[in-house]
Design a protein around this ligand. Structure first.
Ligand code: MG
Ligand code: MG
Length: 258
């Protein structure tokens, strides 16, 4: 994409960032995940944008019903908003996409509900740190494998699992574009990173085993051992050879600044 296209994408990403800001102030015990989704849907449409996920058809038998993927505890990604009431000690990944003036942006953050265990807090901190290590590799001259290697080596060294079945992706006029951006890989392998590429980098990291299963709803992905998983995602453009954040976490309440 050109610098001009990325600037439009960043405008949409501001709306997305503010959704995360509002979510961060709503997340607390007793809130139902469908309430978060309703707020996001309203906010996005009020700002002249469209929620990218609502009605999205993957390989699932039914289109995705929400504006947000809300994934609690052992759910890794693609959780469907519903009646579940958040409770003290939960972690909740909120993933959102916004389509604005022809371009998508995509970002996810894992929030804590009340007090979580130190072990789970560390999982969040390290997963977020691995996202930034992956982003730092998004530069011309590198390859996709450099991103995955950075994420995998950091998280596996700390005893965590790296989910293999789901990956990051290019993002622009379509929500999911080439190349795939795995959270594992080898240095110097995979597609070459080029000027103007825009990537959604999104480590999905587990406290226990790395294997996942899909629930019968055709969307929800959870860990097979039912231990918690964390997920952080930014949309990142490669401009002037270097990574530049398209999405932002800057509206998120500082209590979630892990
Ligand atoms: Mg996402
Ligand atoms: Mg994504």
């Amino acid at each position: 994409m050109t610098r001009e296209e990325v600037e439009i994408q960043k405008e949409g990403a501001q709306i997305l960032g503010k959704v995360h800001g509002l979510i961060s102030r709503m997340v607390q015990p007793g809130v139902r995940t469908m309430q978060l989704d309703a707020m996001a849907q309203q906010f996005i449409t009020d700002h002249g944008a469209v929620p990218s996920f609502k009605g999205y058809r993957g390989s699932a038998p039914t289109p995705f019903p929400g504006a947000l993927c809300i994934s609690v505890n052992e759910v890794v990604v693609h959780g469907i908003p519903g009646n579940y009431e958040l409770k003290d000690g939960d972690i909740v990944s909120v993933d959102c996409g916004v389509h604005y003036r022809g371009y998508h942006s995509d970002s996810a953050y894992t929030y804590t509900v009340g007090q979580v265990s130190p072990q789970v807090m560390n999982l969040l901190k390290h997963t977020k740190a691995s996202l930034h290590l992956g982003i730092a590799q998004a530069r011309t001259g590198n390859r996709v494998g450099d991103i995955g290697h950075a994420i995998q080596s950091y998280t596996e060294a700390r005893g965590y699992g790296v989910v293999r079945e789901l990956v990051g992706h290019g993002v622009g006029r379509n929500l999911h574009e080439k190349p795939e951006v795995p959270n594992y890989g080898q240095r110097g392998r995979g597609p070459r990173l080029a000027e103007g590429m825009v990537l959604a980098i999104e480590p999905m990291i587990t406290l226990g085993r790395r294997s996942v299963v899909q629930e019968k709803d055709g969307w929800t992905i959870r860990t097979s051992d039912r231990k918690p998983a964390a997920h952080f995602e930014h949309t990142v453009a490669i401009l002037d050879g270097k990574p530049e954040l398209v999405t932002t976490f800057s509206y998120i309440d500082e209590k979630f600044d892990y």
